[in-house]
Design a protein around this ligand. Sequence first.
Ligand SMILES: O=C(O)c1cc(C(=O)O)c2c(n1)C(=O)C(=O)c1cc(C(=O)O)[nH]c1-2
Length: 254
Amino acid sequence: MTLDMVRSDLGPAGPLDSADAMEARLREIGEKRYHNLHPFHHLLHGGQLTKGQVQAWALNRFYYQSSIPLKDAVVISRFRDRATRIEWRHRLEDHDGAEGSEGGIERWLQLTDGLGLDRAYVESTAGVLPATRFAVDAYVRFVGSQSPLEAIASCMTELFAPAIHEQRIAGMLAHYDFINPGVMRYFQRRLTQAPRDADFALAYVREHARTPEQRAAVCEALIFKTDVLWVQLDALHHAYVTGHIPPGAFVPEA
Ligand SMILES: O=C(O)c1cc(C(=O)O)c2c(n1)C(=O)C(=O)c1cc(C(=O)O)[nH]c1-2
């Protein structure tokens, strides 16, 4: 990887000679590349999708949700440092829950139940788009194969998540009669969970990326992750808005 890889959508990276310069670059990446900008999200939040299209989104997003604990378990496995493992551990519980307490995956299934999807079908992941599977699996592999610093950096899209969650809660409640506050609890909960996670990751990379090369690697990790998110929406749009559903993928009822 070159230090200042040219990106047509981003300004010149500059020297990345400080944590502040790196943070400014990370925020620019979020501003220009986060999936809040994707047309599929504009349709979703603006009430312009049919119930079947919203079902397709929720079904595919389940694959992302259910892979996050696998990803976080891999991140934990990268650290011999006990303090970092302890800090990261709560993410597993946030998503998986624990005995007697529901987690994010259960809350996501309440959303797919509310949309009328069969739980066993959702959990089987049989109907997800191939591109969803490839993108999400690439994220899990990334945190295992890149440096531990890049593994942590890749979750920093969450810095930009609260704004999109707010838009989604308000937009979907306002526009769809099949959406109610009960099924939006997943996003309500993330409004407090995501900032904690993102703030830890940002502080971590600010402290541990000590050279311009390491700071560039952190920025590249965030770019990779914005691609992971973006490509999932490209695939949803192609399949369910343009209408080219790949063989074997979920087909909404007419
Ligand atoms: O709805 C969204 O737009 C959105 C985005 C992201 C993200 O930015 O990766 C996450 C989530 N939601 C989310 O709910 C979540 O649990 C989550 C975990 C992570 C991660 O990379 O560890 N990202 C995200």
